[in-house]
Design a protein around this ligand. Sequence first.
Ligand code: SAM
Length: 242
Amino acid sequence: GLSKRLLTIAEHVPQGSKLADIGSDHALLPVYLAQRGITASAIAGELNAGPYAAALKQVEEAGLRSFIEVRQGDGLEVIASGEVDVITIAGMGGLLIVQILTQGVAKLNQVQRMILQPNVGEEVVRRWLVEHDWFLSEEYIIQEDGKIYEVLVADRSEQAKDLNQSLYQERQIAGKTVNKERLIAMGPYLLTQADPIWIQKWQDELFKLQRIVEQLSRSELEASLQRQQQIQNEMIEIQEVI
Ligand code: SAM
């Protein structure tokens, strides 16, 4: 069956969606959704020849050629404006996801929902969503095969600005002030829920930061000292909320 990670994404694709799954690889997600009659139509976009061929093969073998169109191209260039209402982008870095969204921003006019699953760099994805007035409506954190993944659901909304404003409003958690930057870094919903997997993720992060601090402390450079201080402050902020 589908991985827990892809299943979490699938569960947030509304019935009757016209979907584009960008960076689809084997097209597992659109195949799963089409087989269950969830999508009205789907496009599997792939940049690279190997995964594109794999997607074609998968769709053909599933007998879904009239439901899923496999298209080769970079990011959102495979879709026309107004062609889809839901976009999924999963299994790549947050920077690449943001690059794809930025380059294809004109294609997002009629899109109502985006389900994004960055492997790293969730922070840049949340920041992009805020800056482009997409309301972050849900967040999930899951663990699978020893890896931790976050799934971000973003919705188009007339009230996106106001909704995001209150979502990222500075607040008190366990008696500590948590500012917008920290909420963007750690997830406004995830931070409140404090799921054990999320706590594990940030303990791992603290461990990595500690090693960087140790390396920096061996340098005499002024810049290293400043960076060390910055990271230590960040570590304190993380410790306060986990
Ligand atoms: N989305 C699937 C998933 O989550 O299981 C596959 C993830 S796979 C690790 C990432 C895929 O994105 C690769 O097949 C790669 O070829 C594709 N990719 C990378 N950059 C892309 C881009 N700019 N446009 C479309 N696809 C891209």
